[in-house]
Ligand binder design. Structure first.
Ligand code: SAH
Length: 347
């Protein structure tokens, strides 16, 4: 991105009504904004010159005021064991993020990042190791979808906000991304096809519940007592399990959407029978589902697990009346699985 562009308004981060306001301020008719919107979010042009139903003079004015950002593919890694593809994207300011395209029976799912790095410090996660750099703008979250669809020539049918970063720590931009993504005159993805994963930023769970978006909330629980959870997830020192579960119940009561609890199983840390019993007690008043993920290896940590232990833990939970499954792990050979994405990457 040129220096000139950084002074211009990032048009892909605007909502339709904001774009309308800008267009009216430029002395143009309001309906022009919807035409531009469709060029941006349906036809996904990268240049104002392509907007053929606008006059050349107006297109010139638009490119003086706005910029259409884009991402550069620095690296594309395809898994040999499944059809997972991991993209390393360079952002307009030179920072990097990762995005993962996964194939399921029902179509393609895209795992997007929401921040450059992460400040949450979860012990088992690679995304936090190099620390936090900055939030992604709405356009930078959205462009992971547009660029990946363009490159792969495939249509994405669902999005998971489970890449690098804590989505609820970038709440404002994530909400705007969701509004742009689901706009009926734009990309028009139903938010029923979106999952948002959080380590448990309690006040923002209430805010999100009040939005009643219809998305699936995934909560990274990973431990059943405050002592254990605080040990592996520092966020628990700020918002403890009790506060988190109260917020989750509020979310369910408000949205009637069942919550998905993620549980990264770690040998000798959170895999005992006692912990399965504690988990069943924690969840007994909650409409929920537990997703067990055998912890994925990251080179800086010694945590281990395997599918067999995960199946054993799942069966203990099922016996206790908890709705639980083991999550399929995709893209481990390209470090594309849960918790393996990172900011610092050797190109
Ligand atoms: N910050 C959000 C989004 C990350 S989503 C969150 O914490 O939920 C990625 C999911 O993978 C989270 O549930 C995260 O806790 C989990 N995860 C992180 N590291 C992992 C690892 N090494 N193995 C398995 N799951 C991991």
């Amino acid at each position: 991105m040129t220096e000139k562009n950084t002074e211009k308004i990032d048009i892909l981060s605007l909502s339709l009504s904001e774009l309308e306001d800008n267009i009216i301020l430029m002395g143009e008719k309001k309906f022009r904004a919807k035409q531009i919107w469709q060029w941006l979010h349906v036809k996904k042009v990268k240049n104002f010159d392509k907007m053929s139903n606008l006059s050349a003079q107006f297109r010139g004015k638009l490119s003086d005021v706005f910029c259409i950002k884009s991402l550069i593919i620095s690296k594309r890694l395809a898994s040999d064991i499944d059809n997972t593809v991991k993209y390393l994207y360079e952002l307009p300011d030179g920072n990097h993020i990762e995005t993962v395209m996964m194939e399921y029976n029902h179509g393609y799912s895209l795992c997007v990042s929401t921040q450059v790095g992460c400040k949450m410090g979860c012990q088992f996660c690679a995304s936090t190791i190099a620390g936090y750099k900055r939030d992604l703008s709405p356009s930078e979250i959205l462009l992971q979808l547009y660029e990946t669809e363009r490159d792969s020539d495939k249509k994405v049918s669902s999005i998971v906000l489970m890449g690098i970063g804590e989505p609820l720590d970038n709440y404002k931009n994530v909400v705007r991304f969701l509004d742009i993504l689901s706009d009926k005159d734009g990309y028009n993805m139903s938010l029923r096809h979106v999952s948002l994963s959080t380590c448990g930023i309690v006040p923002r769970i209430y805010d999100l519940a009040d939005k009643n978006y219809g998305l699936t909330l995934s909560v990274s629980l990973h431990a059943t007592t405050n002592a254990k959870r605080s040990e592996i997830m520092p966020v628990n020192n700020k918002y403890n399990i009790n506060e988190l579960m109260t917020a989750c119940r509020y979310y369910f009561n408000k949205t009637k959407r069942r919550i998905s609890f993620e549980y990264a199983l770690i040998d000798g840390v959170n895999d005992s029978k006692e912990q399965a019993v504690q988990l069943s007690k924690l969840l007994h008043k909650t409409q929920s589902h537990v997703n067990i993920i055998p912890v994925n290896k990251i080179k800086e940590r010694k945590f281990t697990s395997n599918r067999k232990s995960a199946v054993k833990f799942r069966d203990m939970l099922i016996d206790l009346g908890v709705n639980a499954t083991v999550r399929r792990t995709l893209g481990t050979d390209i470090d594309a699985a849960c918790g393996q994405l990172r900011r610092e990457y050797e190109i």
